[in-house]
Ligand binder design. Structure first.
Ligand SMILES: [Zn+2]
Length: 72
């Protein structure tokens, strides 16, 4: 599959870290399967992977709620 961002690279299967910011917190989902461009590095996720990212993000947010520290 040709990359739609740079239009020159070819995408092939690999893994990447998906990083996004949600509710002011940085969420990193590691080792996510993606089709990655060999030229610009753009990662494309299929719908199963997007579901996986959403599920993992919810888990991380739940854990973060529990372990958040407050200074006194
Ligand atoms: Zn590209």
């Amino acid at each position: 599959m040709k990359c739609v961002i740079c239009r020159t690279g070819e995408c092939s299967k690999g893994t990447t870290n998906f990083t996004h910011i949600l509710n002011g917190k940085l969420v990193v989902v590691k080792n996510v399967e993606a089709n990655i461009c060999n030229n610009c590095g753009e990662a494309y996720f299929d719908s199963d992977t997007v579901n996986y990212i959403q599920k993992k993000t919810e888990e991380v947010m739940a854990i973060n709620e529990q372990v958040e520290l407050f200074t006194v």
